[in-house]
Design a protein. Structure first.
Length: 197
C-alpha cells in the first residue's frame, strides 16, 4: 500500500514538473491564474493609417460622457460600462467600416452564422487560432469582440488575451452578442448565415 502511494506521489510530481517546464518553454506561456485585464478608461480613436481598406472612425463618439451643460437637461438611460458597446454602436461600426469584428464563439456556431467580415477566434483555442487576427487586424485598430451574449464569457476571454498577450489597445466587447444580433432583426446585410464566409 505504501509503495503504491509512493509511486503515485512520484508520478504526480514528475507530471507537474513536466507541465511547468513545458509551459515555460512555450512562446506564449499560460498564466497560472487568469486575471481580467482592466477595461480601458476611454476608447482610443482609430488612426487613419491603421487600415487602408477601412475608413477611419467618425469624429462623433457616442461613448463620451455628456457635458455638464447637457447632463441635467434630459434624463438619459445609464451609460454602458467602459469597454462595452451597444447595438447602435455596432451597427454604426458595420456601416462605416470603422472597426474590425472578432467572433469568439465555437466553430459550429460561427459556421451557422456570423457578422459579415468577422474574424473567427474561438475562446477555447485562442493561441492556436490567433494568426488570422494578427495578419488581418492592426494592433491599433478598433476591435469589437462578440460571442453568444447573455452569460457567455468567451468575448471576455478573447478580449483579455488580445489586450494582454497581443498588444491590441482598442478592444471592446459587444456583450449582448449574437443573441441580440438575431433577435433584433436590424443586421440584415451584415449577416453571413448558413456557413457562407
Amino acid at each position: 500500500m505504501l509503495r503504491d502511494l509512493g509511486i503515485c506521489v512520484i508520478v504526480v510530481a514528475v507530471s507537474c514538473s513536466l507541465a511547468v517546464a513545458t509551459n515555460l518553454l512555450r512562446a506564449q506561456p499560460l498564466t497560472w491564474i487568469r486575471e481580467k485585464a482592466p477595461l480601458p478608461s476611454a476608447p482610443a480613436a482609430m488612426p487613419e493609417s491603421s487600415s487602408p481598406q477601412r475608413p477611419a472612425a467618425t469624429a462623433g463618439n457616442s461613448d463620451a460622457p455628456p457635458s455638464e451643460d447637457t447632463a441635467h437637461e434630459t434624463a438619459a438611460p445609464p451609460a454602458p460600462a467602459q469597454g462595452v458597446v451597444q447595438i447602435d454602436q455596432v451597427l454604426e461600426a458595420l456601416a462605416t467600416g470603422s472597426a474590425y469584428f472578432v467572433d469568439a464563439r465555437e466553430q459550429h456556431e460561427f459556421d451557422e452564422g456570423h457578422l459579415r467580415g468577422a474574424v473567427h477566434l474561438p475562446s477555447s483555442a485562442i493561441y492556436k487560432n490567433i494568426e488570422p487576427v494578427l495578419s488581418m487586424i492592426p494592433t491599433d485598430a478598433r476591435v469589437i469582440v462578440y460571442c453568444g451574449g447573455g452569460e457567455c464569457e468567451a468575448s471576455h476571454n478573447v478580449t483579455d488575451a488580445l489586450r494582454r498577450d497581443f498588444g491590441y489597445v482598442d478592444v471592446v466587447i459587444y456583450e449582448k452578442g449574437w443573441q441580440e444580433v438575431i433577435d433584433s432583426g436590424r443586421f440584415g446585410d451584415y449577416l453571413e448565415l448558413g456557413g457562407a464566409r
